[in-house]
Design a protein around this ligand. Structure first.
Ligand SMILES: [Zn+2]
Length: 565
């Protein structure tokens, strides 16, 4: 079979895991996934380190390791190294899979892949994903797409309105319905745009699996440290319902596929429960003599106590819309209020710190100070690692953090030096980051939290390294289970299936073991040598940082998703 005849459809299920898919498929809840697994090939799909959405999807998009694409997180440090700014697709280096396909004259349709804002002018259509600031942002290419969807009566949405505010069952119910409705509209938009003209490559990502797993795992899992038996009566099956909902979406897309379509279902990382261990990493660094807090004045202490009480009250009583309205009416009040909640760091005497406002993927940065940085770097890193690796779980007496990863050991490429210096393995150990408070009566650096899970703010579950890969159709083998697939392998595999050469700077490999021998023999892998011109293009700096207003919108969305405090 010549590869030229094939087309490819990728359905991304953010955070999907075989731990849930396989039993539920067996029990008959996920008929479409079950069929694809039975008649196709599957493997775990190893994510990036850290296994987080922006980093992992960027490796899928480029076929490159994070050291080459340079997008490590939703945030990167600001110039002075003390604060941070939000990232988007324009911070990524390296040609995207859809830009490469467009360059070869192939038509593409891409919907809701995280870290694709601002949208690239592809040959086809592209609707940006999670890094889109607002529904009014120009996140659709070409611009006519917005009108096309409107004319078809499809109300495409990017936002989750209530996630950060799930204290009552009524709000949880509304949130689930909102998520399901959003994904239904996404499918409708994707199908509508696909039907207008044939695409050689199409891709859609559903975020529902990630969002619902983060916030509903403790209703499903009786062994969870914060298992909620009362809530389980209503929400025990919320995650299974979500998988069922995306399975139905998948079924609609499969109905429109012919025998020459290779379908790839994949996730950017896996998922698993978080424990009730809470760690205050800046306090740990302070105790190791590597960080100093500004000692709060009496007035400062009062302000912090007020801020934390007011914050809790506001979060639990106001909806996101109301908060947005208040922030719009009283911008100064908001700035003052948010400033109160920071644990101030004395930068001149601090060597290492963690950005604790951003709690979902704690990473340690060494602080750049007056030229002495380079000589001290290695020694400081060892001191930080010693401090982190010495932490013990107070309940079990076992080591809390199993590994500290260093960029030079896990990445290669020009952006390696931009990564955080130390990545503690939260995805292996299941702990959550808490905000440190300066002062003498601070909370312990490590504790087991005994309070009920704070709905919408605290994650019940989070990411794991093993995502899923299911391939089906065309030359893909039937009933095969294989291993060792990595997220960087998807882009080269897609190019190969479409009869195109793989650019030499991609780090992934073509997953030929999942395909018929005959097809592989008939279609040798071609490597595309890159000329200087193309490389020069990818090296130039085209960053479009967000405006203050857009940053605020992004902050609100990430806050609503529980990623930042
Ligand atoms: Zn994700």
């Amino acid at each position: 079979m010549p590869a030229r005849k094939l087309s490819v459809l990728i359905v991304g299920l953010d955070g999907a895991t075989f731990d849930l898919i396989l039993p539920w498929a067996d029990q008959g809840y996920l008929p479409n996934l079950k069929r694809l697994i039975g008649d196709g090939a599957r493997s775990c799909l190893e994510s990036t380190i850290p296994p987080i959405t922006p980093c992992a999807w960027s490796s899928l998009i480029t076929g490159k390791n994070p050291g080459k694409h340079g997008l490590f997180d939703f945030i990167e440090p600001s110039q002075d190294g003390h604060g941070f700014r939000f990232t988007n697709a324009s911070f990524r280096d390296g040609e995207s899979l859809w830009a490469c396909l467009s360059r070869h004259g192939r038509r593409v349709g891409v919907v809701n892949v995280p870290m694709t804002y601002p949208p690239e002018p592809v040959n086809g259509f592209l609707i940006s994903g999670l890094d889109t600031p607002h529904e009014h942002s120009p996140f659709m290419h070409p611009v006519e797409v917005r009108q096309l969807l409107k004319d078809a009566g499809i109300r495409y949405r990017i936002d989750q309105q209530h996630l950060g505010n799930m204290r009552t069952n009524e709000r949880r119910r509304r949130q689930l319905q909102d998520i399901f409705d959003g994904e239904t509209a996404r499918t409708a938009a994707f199908r509508h745009l696909s039907a207008l003209r044939h695409c050689d490559f199409r891709m859609i990502v559903y975020g529902a699996t990630d969002q619902v797993q983060h916030h509903f795992w403790h209703f499903m899992d009786e062994n969870h440290d914060k298992y909620d038996a009362a809530g389980a009566r209503e929400f025990q099956h919320a995650i299974r319902d979500t998988y069922q909902h995306v399975d139905v979406q998948l079924g609609q897309l499969l109905d429109e596929c012919d025998e020459n379509t290779v379908v790839i279902v994949m996730s950017d990382h896996g998922f698993g429960p978080m424990s009730n261990v809470r760690v205050r990493l800046n306090q740990v660094l302070r105790d190791a003599g590597l960080l100093k807090f500004v000692e709060p004045t009496a007035r400062g202490k009062w302000k912090q106590a007020f801020a934390s009480t007011a914050d809790r009250l506001l979060r639990s009583t106001l909806s996101s819309d109301m908060k947005r309205t208040i922030a719009g009416l009283f911008p100064r009040l908001r700035v003052w209020f948010e400033g109160l909640d920071e644990a101030p760091i004395e930068w001149s005497t601090t060597h290492a710190h963690v950005n604790e406002a951003y709690r979902s993927s704690p990473a340690v940065w060494l602080t750049q100070r007056n030229g002495s940085f380079n000589g001290e770097r290695m020694e400081l890193r060892e001191q930080v690692e010693d401090a982190l690796l010495a932490l013990m779980d107070p309940a079990t007496g076992k080591r809390l953090i199993s590994n500290c990863y260093r960029p030079a050991e896990i990445y290669h490429g020009p952006h390696t030096k931009k990564a955080p210096e130390i990545l503690p393995s939260w995805w292996e150990d299941g702990f959550l980051l808490e905000q440190s408070r300066p002062g003498k009566n601070a909370s312990p650096s490590v504790e087991r939290s005994t309070s009920p899970l704070e709905g919408g703010v605290e994650f019940a579950a989070s990411h794991r390294l093993d995502g899923v890969l299911i391939m089906h159709g065309g030359p893909v083998r039937s009933g095969l289970t294989f291993s060792d697939a990595k997220i960087v392998d998807v882009a080269p595999t897609v190019l190969y299936l479409l009869g195109l050469p793989v650019p030499e700077d991609m780090d992934g490999r073509v997953l030929t073991e999942a395909m018929d021998d005959e097809f592989v023999a008939d279609n040798p892998i071609a490597i595309e040598r890159l000329d200087d011109e193309l490389e020069d293009d990818s090296a130039c700096d085209n960053r479009h940082g967000f405006t203050d207003e857009e940053s605020e919108m992004i902050a609100r969305r990430l806050q609503a998703l529980g990623y930042i405090q």
